[in-house]
Write a protein that binds this ligand. Structure first.
Ligand SMILES: O=P(O)(O)OC[C@H]1O[C@H](OP(=O)(O)OP(=O)(O)O)[C@H](O)[C@@H]1O
Ligand SMILES: Nc1ncnc2[nH]cnc12
Length: 195
């Protein structure tokens, strides 16, 4: 039987994390001065439009919700409006659990918890349905970008207001020039790439 490739000289080894990083490097577009001067916007729409790239990053994001043997260890996946929704729903399917939306204020019809927060280019209010996450549940939070950490800190506060626990946050990319990681204290972060 032919052994699997072990070095670049033998051919490309199957490394899911490297595949996701390569997709991000190739398919995320930098847009200077959007949505305001001084912001280098990371546009993920080319990545979302590429089936293999989307597949690679969904698999990479879902890994944060599994144990060392690959078994799911979370009870729900929370996605953050709007880009986080696109990624979190397939991650929830991959892990065999449900999807819970955290939305900008005024969009959810039921009783909500809410948190005001600031992000790299503005301020907003996030909400979650009070009954969306069961008390004691272990949650994976999924989003695209970690910049200042304001959005993710607000999402964590909302999950905790439901009496649930954030197992980890899983993100496509961390902007290392911004202080997001420091703002999140002991929250376990799983990032597919750092820019
Ligand atoms: O770390 P932070 O500084 O909080 O920034 C990160 C957040 O900013 C973007 O969301 P945005 O509110 O622009 O929403 P969108 O997905 O609706 O475009 C991004 O999708 C993250 O959620
Ligand atoms: N620079 C950036 N690019 C894309 N999304 C963001 N959210 C916050 N900062 C961002």
């Amino acid at each position: 039987m032919t052994p699997p490739p072990t070095s670049p000289a033998d051919g490309p080894a199957h490394d899911p994390a490297a595949t996701a990083r390569e997709a991000l490097a190739r398919l995320v577009r930098d847009v200077p001065d959007f949505p305001e001067p001084g912001v280098l916007f990371k546009d993920i729409t080319p990545l979302l439009a590429d089936h293999a790239g989307l597949r690679a990053v969904v698999d990479g994001l879902a890994a944060a919700g599994r144990d060392a043997e690959g078994r799911p260890v979370v009870d729900a996946v929370v996605g953050l409006e709007a880009r986080g929704f696109v990624l979190a729903a397939p991650v929830a399917l991959a892990l065999g659990v449900g999807f819970v939306p955290v939305r900008k204020a005024g969009k959810l019809p039921g009783e909500t918890h809410e948190v005001a927060y600031a992000l790299e280019y503005g301020e907003a209010v996030l909400q979650v349905h009070r009954d969306a996450v069961a008390p004691g549940a272990r949650v994976l939070v999924v989003d695209d970008v970690l910049a200042t950490g304001g959005t993710l800190a607000a999402a964590r506060a909302l999950v905790e207001a439901c009496g649930a626990h954030v197992h980890a946050a899983s993100l496509l990319m961390e902007i290392s020039a911004l202080p997001g990681r420091a703002a999140l204290g002991d929250l376990p972060l799983h990032v597919l790439t750092t820019v």
